[in-house]
Design a protein around this ligand. Structure first.
Ligand code: ZN
Length: 125
């Protein structure tokens, strides 16, 4: 099923976490929770390693969960374009990938599919 949108609370959580960790990167998994086609929850992994240049984590440490549909991470640099490393990760894990760029506001994030093509996600209140 196509992912249609992201819940407003979830997006606010992403913005707050990205701001809190700045200038380090924030990284989490995106989950549908109880919804069929809206991202409603963030899943934080204890194994995540935050670095100034790039956040990395071991996806294989993630719980097996069909509700997890992709990843979100922040770009303290201010560009929401995926890096080559990001594109590689997108292809391996999940269907929806969000990049939120500094200053982490409603107009500084973008969503991509597994091929790195930008997709539209509706913000659902
Ligand atoms: Zn990145």
């Amino acid at each position: 099923m196509k992912i249609k949108g992201i819940a407003r609370d979830c997006l606010e959580g992403i913005k707050a976490s990205a701001k809190e960790l700045h200038p380090r990167e924030f990284l989490a998994l995106l989950s549908l929770g109880n919804s069929k086609d809206i991202i409603t929850e963030l899943v934080l992994l204890p194994q995540m390693v935050y670095g100034r240049r790039h956040a990395t984590f071991n996806i294989y440490m993630a719980p097996f969960d069909r509700r997890i549909v992709g990843t979100v991470h922040s770009h303290p640099s201010g560009s929401a374009e995926p890096s080559e490393g990001d594109l590689h990760t997108f292809q391996k894990h999940g269907r929806v990938h969000i990049i939120i760029a500094y200053p982490y506001e409603d107009d500084t994030w973008k969503a991509y599919d597994y091929n790195g093509n930008e997709i539209h996600l509706e913000i659902v209140d």
